[in-house]
Design a binder for this molecule. Structure first.
Ligand code: GLU
Length: 403
């Protein structure tokens, strides 16, 4: 979503938050924009870090490797991170990074070189008390380990809290690998309880870290996954997909479309299936004015960042679809990143059950607060979420004497 669209949405909801134009500008404007050009084997790659807001703590947010990455996208994603850390109530701000690259076209050695170069370009601006990156689309724990290693080499000391989403061998946290999906499941369970959803059929658009783990966890929680898709297309089986076999097909053939026991559906059709829960888990702008009116799901769980455009949101709200917005639905990732950073800072590592319990508490409290704000109001659940998040950031700005 373009940053311009975010600003328009902010202007629309400003009266509900009770903010003036000056305060709105502070909320929308990133503190710092960092850009660099990286070069591996003669090919050049634009690279970014946008530090959006740090009034509540060090900047926090992932690094995305994708051919579609540009400054506008990174800026939008950085803004959402500031809101997300406020929603999850973790003492961190918001930032985001990226490299315009298709990582599938690079060798392992090239990816290592690219990751180390990103750190060499920006290392003076990151650090455990400054700005803490993490994985995002197409970035992995291995890349986080290379980045941490490069950072520690440059500064000449250990600093595991500089980056999260690391492998366990170098200070990662248990549960971080499934945290985005697990947090989403906790939020969904709360929402399902509120609207008394009886039928529990699910379609998942996107089968990366978030989508695949959500499929596994939702099956464990008694949901029936009838459709999934990845960038090559989708599959549908009304009696439910065998998720373990779908995962096997994906890892062996690189796509879910090669799974035999299902009908093929397009990436567009998967959004319009007659399911009760739709889980967009890939990229931005998939639910738009073009398809919003045809969505049959009762609940949309946004595991992706920015999958729904503001215009589509209005249609969904009119049609009574409950959209659990990205800055709540996928906040499990950054929440366990926060736990990882706490463990790195204290040197004391937690058991998986402890991480899960703390994550559940954070997600349920966040959901309850937003539900209370949303109940009985004219506006939608996303607006209620934004109102609380923006108020929280403004409060920090105010007590710091910045506004
Ligand atoms: N990239 C994830 C997100 O968009 C995780 C960020 C983090 O763990 O810092 O929320």
């Amino acid at each position: 979503m373009t940053f311009e669209k975010i600003k328009l949405f902010l202007e629309k909801i400003a009266p509900l938050v009770g903010v003036d134009e000056n305060q709105l500008t502070i909320i929308a404007t990133p503190n710092k924009i960092l850009e660099a050009e990286l070069e591996v084997n003669g090919k050049k790659y634009p690279a970014y870090r946008v530090q959006h807001n740090n009034s509540r703590g060090p900047y926090k947010g992932g690094i995305r490797y994708h051919p579609g990455v540009d400054l506008d996208e990174v800026q939008s994603l950085a803004f959402w991170m500031s809101l997300k850390t406020a929603v999850a109530d973790v003492p961190l701000g918001g930032g985001k990074g990226g490299i315009t690259v298709n990582p599938k076209e690079l060798s392992n050695d090239e990816l290592q070189e690219l990751s180390r170069q990103w750190v060499r370009a920006f290392y003076k601006h990151i650090g455990p008390t400054k700005d803490i990156p993490a994985p995002d689309v197409y970035t992995t724990p291995q890349m986080m380990a290379w980045m941490m290693d490069e950072y520690e080499t440059l500064i000449g000391e250990k600093a595991p809290g500089v980056i999260t989403g690391k492998p366990l061998a170098v200070g990662g946290s248990l549960v971080r690998d499934i945290a985005t999906a697990l947090g989403g499941v906790y939020v969904l369970e709360e929402a399902v309880g509120k609207i008394n959803l009886i039928e529990k059929t699910v379609a998942i658009q996107g089968f990366g870290n978030a989508g695949m783990n959500a499929a596994k966890l939702l099956v464990e929680h008694g949901y029936k996954i009838v459709a999934v898709s990845d960038s090559k297309g989708g599959i549908y089986n009304a009696s439910g997909l065998d998720i373990d076999s779908v995962i096997k097909t994906k890892s062996e053939t690189k796509s879910v479309v090669n799974y035999a026991d299902a009908e093929k559906v397009s990436n567009e059709e998967i959004l319009k299936l007659g399911v009760s829960v739709l889980v967009p888990s890939a990229l931005e702008n998939v639910i738009t004015v073009e398809n919003a009116a045809e969505i049959k799901a009762k609940i949309i769980l946004e595991l992706a960042n920015g999958p729904t455009t503001p215009e589509a949101d209005e249609i969904l709200h009119q049609n009574g679809v409950l959209v659990l917005p990205d800055i709540l639905a996928n906040a499990g990732g950054v929440t366990v990143s926060y736990f990882e950073w706490v463990q790195n800072n204290t040197g004391l590592y937690w058991k998986a059950d402890e991480v899960k319990e703390r994550l559940k508490e954070k997600m349920v409290v966040a959901f309850d607060k937003i539900w209370a704000e949303y109940s009985g109001k004219e506006y939608d659940f996303r607006t209620a979420t934004y109102i609380l998040a923006i108020k929280k950031i403004l409060e920090a700005e105010k007590v710091r004497g910045r506004v």
